[in-house]
Structure formats: structure tokens, C-alpha cells
Design a protein around this ligand. Structure first.
Ligand code: SF4
Length: 384
């Protein structure tokens, strides 16, 4: 593992006091409206996007196919500003984690996970999380606020900059994005939807819609809204095969129990143009949700739904009260699923030496939820 402070340029850092429009906050539609309001042709949006997203240019002066007067005007009223990188850590397995400052004493994390056939970036959508999943380090950090569009896409933008700096041939750029870091994406639809549009826009990050995945813990009404707004892939943080256990692990389940959640999944799948399966995330907690009877229940719950189940070894953090399932228990669970026709992946954990593994992201959160009070006393007792 290596840690290195990052000193590369954070655009807009020295901007004067004038309130400028951060162009990273606007998707293509928003940027076109911005230029129309300036009395310009809408196609200026595509010109600027190409400079910003394809060439990483942040200085309007360098945008040479734009007239000088417009460049000067943009310098006065606009900026291109991604969150500032505070720190960057490299894991022994190639995983890299960034810590971004986003003001008010808060910071967020995002993680790059290189693989043979893909380079995945796991990004955050909120400062902390308003939900309270019992096995999640982010939940313990509390909640401060939603991220803006520029703070969401800025993670990808800065990651690409950093990766291309280290690998100038470009073979290490981000190919896949999962909204699976800090926060519940569907509780920040206002910023997440335009950010997703930028991810799959040819003039911006140009990612395949099949390579952009929104992970939700089951905010059912927003699943339908997302379905209408943008075509990307869906993952559901399931973690339990029945309501009793899921109420404990994912308290949101009390508002949107499994029958509602599964119905929403079927509605998502009903559109034939979409990806033909849903990924279900299932964190493996020793003695809690990893028994054979849980596997059989899960098979029944999924029924004939086109689904993949991702079995994630729990990544312990201080005071979690849970332990990771044994490899034997994970393999036994996976075998039951596979024997009954459910596609199951038993994922190896990545980046746990730098606390970058799934469920370990915490950043620095000025907690406004006062959730920390709950953890001042032992909560679950240690599970033996
Ligand atoms: S698992 Fe996701 S939804 Fe649940 S508390 Fe953690 S970040 Fe929030």
C-alpha cells in the first residue's frame, strides 16, 4: 500500500469571489440552455464539452474554436471546477482510493478498481448517508448533504486525469462506473440524473449505458422515476432474503418491504430495451445471513427473475459487531444458488488494506443526523 498527497491542479481553486456557474454542474441540455441564455448558439455546448471532457481543458483561453469575446465572457461568469483531491492511496492489489475535499470540513471517497477486462470507478453521491444499514461504515459517519452534479462527475473527471497522468497511453482510463460509494443515489435524484446523463453522453464521458450502474438499497418510488429519466443498469443492495432480517440490516426495508422492492425490479425489467438482468448485492455476514436456509429463501425470493447475485465478503470496520463469513460458507451459499439456477458471483475483496473495500468508505462527514449518538453506547453487543 502507498499513500501520496496529491498536488496537481484543482481548477477554479483560486477563483475570485464572483459567483460563477460551474459548467461541470450542467448536462448537455443544461449547457445548451446556458449558452442560449447568453445569446449564443446552442452548439457552443458541444464545443465546450469536447474541450472539458475529451481533452481535460479547464482554461477557456485554450478553447480555440470559440471566439475570443465569448472566451473572455466565459472567464468572467463561468468555471470548470472538480472537487479538490486531498489524498490518494494505492493498494497492493492495484486499487486506488481518492479523498476529495468538498467544503465545510467534509470529504468524500471514491475508489478505482482495475481488472483484466474493465476499469471500474466506485463513486459517492452523498456526504455520508441518510440511511442506516447496520453493516455499513458510511452509515456510521452520519449524513451532511447531497453532492452536486459537479461533485459527482468531478470524481470521474479527476480520476481520469490522475490515471492518464500515470498511464499516458490511456489504457487505464475509467471504463465502468458504479454509484456504490458513500450515499444512497436515489435520495439525490436532482444531481444524480444529470450526472448519469453526462456519464453516457458521447460528448462527455461516453461510457456505455451497460457500464454505468446505479446501486440502490431499495428506494422504490425513485426506482420508477430513474427508470423514466435515464437508461443505465441497476443493482439492488439486498443483503437478506426475508423482511425480518432485512428490517435489521437495511432499515429502509420497513418502508419498502421485499414484495414492493421485487415488484419494482420486475417493472424495471419490463422494458425490453434495458439490460436483461438486475444485479443483487448480498454482503456475507458470518452467522447472520449466510446459512443454507438463507440461500434457499433467496432462490425462492428471486423466482424466475433474470438476476445475478453478487456475494460480497463483509469488510470489517471498528465497532461493526459483524464478522466476515468464512470462505467455506460463501462457497456453500453460492453453490446452493447455482444448483438452483441462479447466477452467483463470489467476489474477492479488493482494496481492504486501504479501507477502500465495499462498505468501508467513510470520508469525513460533519454529521447533521446526530447518528453518532446512537453509537456512543454498544449497539448490537458483539456477535459471538
Ligand atoms: S449501505 Fe449504502 S444505503 Fe446503506 S447506509 Fe451504507 S451507503 Fe447508505
Amino acid at each position: 500500500m502507498s499513500t501520496h498527497p496529491v498536488t496537481f491542479f484543482s481548477p477554479g481553486e483560486n477563483a475570485d469571489e464572483v459567483e460563477r456557474t460551474n459548467l461541470l454542474d450542467l448536462d448537455r441540455e443544461g449547457l445548451r440552455a446556458f449558452f442560449v441564455e447568453l445569446g449564443e448558439k446552442p452548439f457552443r455546448a458541444e464545443q465546450v464539452m469536447k474541450w472539458v471532457y475529451h481533452y481535460g481543458v479547464t482554461d477557456f483561453d485554450e478553447m480555440t474554436n470559440i471566439s475570443r469575446p465569448l472566451r473572455e465572457r466565459l472567464s468572467e461568469i463561468a468555471e470548470i471546477r472538480a472537487p479538490q483531491v486531498l489524498n490518494c492511496q494505492d493498494s497492493a492489489d492495484g486499487t486506488r482510493k481518492w479523498l476529495f475535499a468538498i467544503g465545510g470540513g467534509n470529504s468524500i471517497e471514491c475508489v478505482f478498481i482495475p481488472d483484466e477486462d474493465r476499469n471500474t470507478l466506485c463513486i459517492s453521491t452523498q456526504v455520508g448517508c441518510a440511511l442506516d444499514c447496520s453493516f455499513c461504515a458510511t452509515a456510521r459517519a452520519g449524513f451532511n448533504r447531497n453532492l452536486t452534479v459537479s461533485e459527482i462527475v468531478g470524481q470521474i473527471w479527476m480520476a481520469n486525469r490522475s490515471l492518464l497522468r500515470d498511464h499516458p497511453q490511456g489504457e487505464r482510463g475509467v471504463s465502468n462506473v458504479v454509484l456504490m460509494g458513500m450515499g444512497e443515489p436515489l435520495l439525490n435524484m436532482k444531481a444524480v440524473v444529470p450526472a448519469l446523463k453526462l456519464m453516457i453522453d458521447d460528448m462527455a464521458f461516453a461510457l456505455s449505458k451497460r457500464h454505468v450502474t446505479v446501486s440502490t438499497s431499495g428506494v422504490v418510488p425513485k426506482m420508477d422515476r430513474l427508470h423514466e429519466a435515464v437508461d443505465v443498469s441497476l443493482a439492488v443492495s439486498l443483503h437478506a432474503p426475508n423482511d425480518t432480517l432485512r428490517d435489521e440490516l437495511v432499515p429502509l426495508n420497513k418502508s419498502h418491504p421485499l414484495d414492493e422492492l421485487m415488484a419494482a425490479c420486475w417493472r424495471w425489467l419490463a422494458d425490453g430495451n434495458r439490460k436483461k438482468h438486475i444485479m443483487f448485492e448480498y454482503v456475507m455476514l458470518d452467522g447472520v445471513n449466510d446459512r443454507p436456509e438463507h440461500a434457499h429463501e433467496l432462490v425462492s425470493l428471486l423466482g424466475n427473475m433474470p438476476a445475478k447475485v453478487n456475494l460480497i465478503p463483509f469488510n470489517p470496520f471498528e465497532g461493526s459487531g459483524y464478522r466476515r463469513s468464512s470462505e467455506e460458507a460463501i462457497q456453500r451459499f453460492a453453490k446452493i444458488l447455482r444448483d438452483r439456477g441462479v447466477f452467483a458471483i463470489a467476489r474477492r475483496t479488493r482494496g481492504d488494506d486501504i479501507d477502500a473495500a465495499c462498505g468501508q468508505l467513510a470520508g469525513e462527514v460533519e454529521d447533521r443526523s446526530k447518528r453518532w449518538r446512537k453509537f456512543a453506547e454498544p449497539r448490537f453487543g458483539e456477535r459471538a
